[in-house]
Design a protein around this ligand. Structure first.
Ligand SMILES: [Zn+2]
Length: 240
């Protein structure tokens, strides 16, 4: 893994200086890698990430891990409202849904795995706090999207993939409770309202990428239950 340096000015102090317990994955969503890195380093743009990984596997270090990079924006996960404050952000070069979304190449995935293994060894990041941008901002974001191979990453010991089935929720309220227990900010309306559908879309992008429609179909419901069970087991410190 080749790491190249390019300093972004877009960072500030972490409010809790030592706390780093989340990892957030993104895609750049711009036509080219050059455009993306320019933006991540442009003081006027006020966005950044700690790392950017090009499609050829080159890793760019943009912000020191000890600093708060500005990648997640308004966000929430497992009760944490300012995800930037406690996370490391990694941008994967990909044009994204607006400019020709495409598969993440092997070289890029291999570098990501190597980088993440290092991060997880340096920081106490629980596996259920390795997330996508769309998980922490489901009303606004789609990245890294349904072509990102979370199952592969989980096999490499980064994040998790649900293995055992669990009894599905009997209604929308039950599904909302499970999604909330996983970490999503979700209403408890008991209805498939717009916000709940957005959360289900984010969930499907990550855990049921075959069909992304925001519906609580049987397979989605079963997946929600399986993921909730896995997260609960991870939190209890057991092996899922
Ligand atoms: Zn993002």
């Amino acid at each position: 893994m080749i790491i190249r340096e390019r300093a972004s000015p877009n960072h500030d102090a972490r409010p809790e200086a030592k706390r780093i317990d989340m990892l957030v994955l993104h895609y750049t969503g711009m036509k080219t890698a050059a455009e993306a890195i320019d933006r991540l380093c442009d003081p006027a743009a006020k966005v950044s990430a700690h790392y950017m990984i090009d499609e050829d596997g080159t890793v760019w270090r943009l912000v020191e891990e000890s600093r708060r990079a500005w990648h997640a924006g308004t966000s929430f996960w497992q009760g944490t409202p300012d995800v930037n404050a406690v996370s490391i952000g990694i941008e994967l070069v990909n044009p994204g849904h607006d400019w020709g979304y495409r598969a993440f190449p092997e070289a890029q995935m291999a570098s990501l795995e190597a980088l993440c293994r290092g991060l997880l060894s340096r920081h106490p990041i629980p596996l259920d706090r390795v997330v996508g941008h769309s998980d922490v901002a489901p009303l606004r974001k789609q990245d890294p999207g349904e072509l990102f191979d979370w199952a592969r990453l989980a096999r490499a010991g980064i994040g998790f993939w649900p293995s055992d089935p669990a009894p599905p929720p009997s209604d929308v309220a039950g599904a909302q409770a499970m999604l909330g227990a996983i970490g999503y900010r979700v209403p408890n309306s008991g209805r498939l309202d717009t916000e709940t559908r957005d959360v289900l879309v984010a969930f499907q992008r990550r855990f049921r990428p075959g069909r992304i429609d925001g519906d609580l179909d049987d397979e989605t419901a079963a997946r929600v239950a399986a993921v909730a069970r896995t997260v609960s087991a991870l939190r209890a410190g057991r092996k899922p």
